[in-house]
Design a protein around this ligand. Structure first.
Ligand SMILES: O=P(O)(O)OC[C@H]1O[C@H](OP(=O)(O)OP(=O)(O)O)[C@H](O)[C@@H]1O
Ligand code: HPA
Length: 184
């Protein structure tokens, strides 16, 4: 698995330090609020579990799973909910947790969707931002790191369901990515 890595972009230590900082910031900002943390499966799981341990407040945790089609630059895209929240978000202060924002399609859809359900507020935290790929503008409230236009794996992020368990954030070698596509 490690032979497929082109470069480690963010080390385990750097991720851990940044998550502690983000946890402190969120603890301060949500003191008087009704915080509900919503993780987007599956990529956000590793980040969310580390982040929640750093938030010193009572919180609700839930997950959603979505699938998106048409992420190409010419398409407006379509997002479908595969797994919804268990409970109502009415009156809750929602913090959507993502591993990466790329075209912006997923987070733009989810923010609108949760606002329409009557949440008190909806904010976004993402571990990574790849601004070079953005099609739809989305306001990111809390950000871990900006990453270049590479295929990123590790810390929850996959390529073909692999590499999610790498403890750091890395760029995948282009030949791994191209071989897999050619073999399909
Ligand atoms: O900004 P966007 O272009 O919408 O891309 C970002 C989304 O794509 C990835 O999910 P993916 O569909 O690969 O599912 P996964 O989290 O299960 O890997 C990632 O986890 C985000 O949810
Ligand atoms: O670079 C990426 N890696 C893994 N999953 C992703 N989903 C959007 N961009 C990426």
């Amino acid at each position: 698995m490690k032979n497929d890595i082109k470069e480690i972009l963010i080390s385990e230590e750097e991720v851990s330090v940044r998550i502690k900082e983000l946890g402190k910031e969120i603890t301060k900002d949500y003191k008087e609020k009704n915080l509900m943390v919503v993780g987007i499966l599956k990529g956000a799981v590793v980040f969310m579990s580390e982040l929640c341990k750093r938030i010193d407040l009572p919180i609700d945790m839930d997950f959603m799973s979505v699938s998106s089609y048409g992420k190409s630059s010419r398409s407006t895209g379509e997002v479908k909910i595969i797994k919804d929240l268990d409970d109502s978000v009415e009156g809750k202060d929602i913090l959507i947790v993502e591993d990466i924002i790329d075209t912006g399609l997923t987070l733009s859809y989810l923010t609108d969707n949760l606002k329409k359900r009557g949440a008190n507020s909806v904010k976004i935290i993402t571990l990574l931002d790849k601004p070079g790929r953005r099609n739809i503008q989305v306001k990111v409230d809390y950000l871990g790191f900006e990453v270049p236009n590479e295929f990123i794996v590790g810390y929850g992020l996959d390529f073909s369901e692999m590499y999610r368990n790498l403890p750091y954030i890395a760029a995948l070698k282009e030949e791994v990515y191209n071989d897999e596509i050619l073999n399909k």
